[in-house]
Design a protein around this ligand. Sequence first.
Ligand code: FEO
Ligand code: CA
Ligand code: CA
Ligand code: CA
Length: 652
Amino acid sequence: QDWRPGLDEPLTFEPVEQNLLDELVTATGYSYGVVMRWGDPVEPDAPDFDVDAQTPEAQAKQFGYNCDYIGLLPLDRSGNRALMIVNHEYTDEQLMFAGVADEEAPTTVEQKRIALMAHGISVVELRRDGRTGNWRPDRKGTRNRRITPVTTFELTGPVAGSEYVRTSADPEGRSVLGTLNNCAGGTTPWGTTLHGEENFNQYFGTSTVITEDPREPRLSRYGISTEELPGRRWDEIDPRFDLALEPNEVNRFGWVVELDPYDRTSAPKKRTALGRFKHEGANVQIAEDGRVVAYSGDDERFDYIYKFVSKARYRPGIDRASRAHNMTLLDEGDLYVARFTGDSPAEQIDGLATVPADGEFDGTGQWLPLVKDGQSMIPGKSVPWVLTFTRLAADRLGKQLDANGDFPDPAAPVVVEPALLPTRMDRPEDIQVNPVNGRVYAALTNNSQREVADEPNPVSRSFAFDIEDGTYEERSGNRNGHVLEWQETDGIAGDDFYWRVFIVAGDPETPGTYFAGYDKSQVSALSCPDNLEFDPAGNLWISTDGNVLSTRNREEGTFAGTNDGLFAVPTAGPERGHLKAFLTVPFGAECSGPLITPDARSVFVSVQHPGETAGSTRESPSSTWPDKLADKAYPRPSVAVVFREDGGRVGS
Ligand code: FEO
Ligand code: CA
Ligand code: CA
Ligand code: CA
C-alpha cells in the first residue's frame, strides 16, 4: 500500500447536495454496486427470491430484511476475498407483503413466520474486482450462513444458568433460540464479530396483566409491556413471546452476541458479562496491558454508556489455541457505566448550545463500576442480577438504599450522591475508537424529550429556519443529536477520561450547531448521527438515521425533508470539523453499517428500510430501490458498496 495509516490525508471529494431522490447518490467520481439485497440466496441451497411466493423456509436461507451492521473479515492475503457479516435488525411487513395496510396492521401466521426468519444475521463470502473496489457475493461460498431466531445460541458468562434465564424449554438456562433486533456491531481483533441486541422489547408482551414491584421494574424499565401483547403477535407462532407463559424468555435477549463467522457450525454466544440493555453494538479495543475493553451504548433516551474490561489478557496470533483463548475474553471482567462531569458553570449551558466561556463543551469523566473483580457493586444484589437488569443497577448508583439494602420505594425520598451518578445521555448509539489518535467517539443520535441541557448533552432546544419571515422556529429537545469524543487518561482499561463535544448536529446555518469550531459556512448539514467508522487516516465517517432537517429552496421558498446519508470529517489537523456529505441513501431509508476496507478502496453501507414512510406499502411504495422494476415495484433493503471509479482510496 502506498500510504501509511495516520498520514494527514485531506478529504478531497465534493459534498453531495441534500436531496429526496429515490437513489443512492454518491460524490462525483464514485460509483456503487449492490452487493446483497433482501431475499438474495445466502445458503448454498437457497431458492431464488420471488416477492409474491415467499415462504419461511426460503427466507431462512436468503438474505434477511433491514440490513444494519456490516463486518468484513479476510479470507486470504490478497484483500480481494472476504467474509461479509450483516445484521438484519427488523422487518417492515407493510413493504414485504401485499395486503398489509401499515406497520400496525395485523399479519397472517405465514407472514409472521417469514418476518421471523427475515431477522438475524447473514454471513456471505465476497470477492472483489481487483481493479475497481466493487464486491460481489460468491453464491457457492462454503461459509455462507443464515442465522435466524431459531438458530441455537449459547448463553455464556456469569448469567448463564442463573435463575433469571431458565425457561420451560431450557431448564438449564444455557441455550437460547436466536437473536433479535441486531443493530450495530463490531469486529474483534481475533476475527469474530459482535452484534448488539437492541429493541428486543418490541417482540414481547403478555396475555395477562403483570404487576411489577415498583422498586424493581424489570420489564417496564426496558420498555416491555406488562399489560398487553405487542402488535406483532409472534406469540401466535411461538408462545415464548408471551411473558405470561414464559416469563424469563425476555431475559435471554438484550445481550451482545459473539459470532465466529469462519466456523459455519459454531453456535453464536450471548456474552452476558457485557450486561443486558438495548445494546446498539459493541466495539473492542486492546488495552496497553493486554486486557480487552468493549464499549457499548444503550440506545434509549436518557440512558447510559457502558464499558467492559476483561479479566484475562489478549493473546496475539491467529493459531487455534490463541483464538480459542481470545474467544473467552468477553466472559469474565468488570462492567462500568459512564459519568460525564462538565467543567463550565451550568448557567453557561443554556440549552441553546452556544459554546461556553472556556471555548469547549468538555470536562472529565469517570467509569463507575457495577461489577468489579467478580463482585457486584450493588448492595444486596448478585452479579447475575446486575448483569441481567443492568439498567436498574446503574439507576441505583449514588442512591441511598433502605434498611434492607434495597432500593427505596419510588415514593420515598432518595438521598443522592451526585458524584456517583452515571450520566443520562441523548440515546447513545455507536461507539468507536479512532485507530490513529486512540480517542473514543460516541454518536448520540437525538433526544426529543430533553428539557434540561448539561455539558455533555448541551442541546435542549433546536431550531428550524422559517423561510417565510427569516425567523427561527424553536422545537423542543435535541432533535439532531451530537457526537462526543474522549481520551482515556488512566490507560484504556482505566477509570478516568477527559471528554469533549466534537459535533452538535443540525443545519450549520442555524444557531446552536457546532463542528469542532470549524467554519460552519463550509460544512454539510448533519442530523441524527447513528453509526461511526474510521478510515485508516483517522477520519471519522458518520451514517445517519432519521434526518429531521429541512432543505430550503431559496428561489421557490419551499421546504422539503432530506434523505439520510454518510458523512466524513477529519478529527485532527486544520481540517478538524470540516464535515462533508459523501453519499445519500434512497428515499425513506436510513444509512447504517458503514464499513471501510483496510486499504480504503471500498466503503460498504447498509441501505435500511428504503420506502419506510407514512402511507407507503407493498402496493404503493415510496421507494422502488434498487431494482426499480416497472411492474410489481417494491423496495429491497440492501448492502451497497461505493468505490472510486479510478480505483483509488475513498475520501481522498
Ligand atoms: Fe437501531 Fe440505535 O439504532
Ligand atoms: Ca467546558
Ligand atoms: Ca443504529
Ligand atoms: Ca438509530
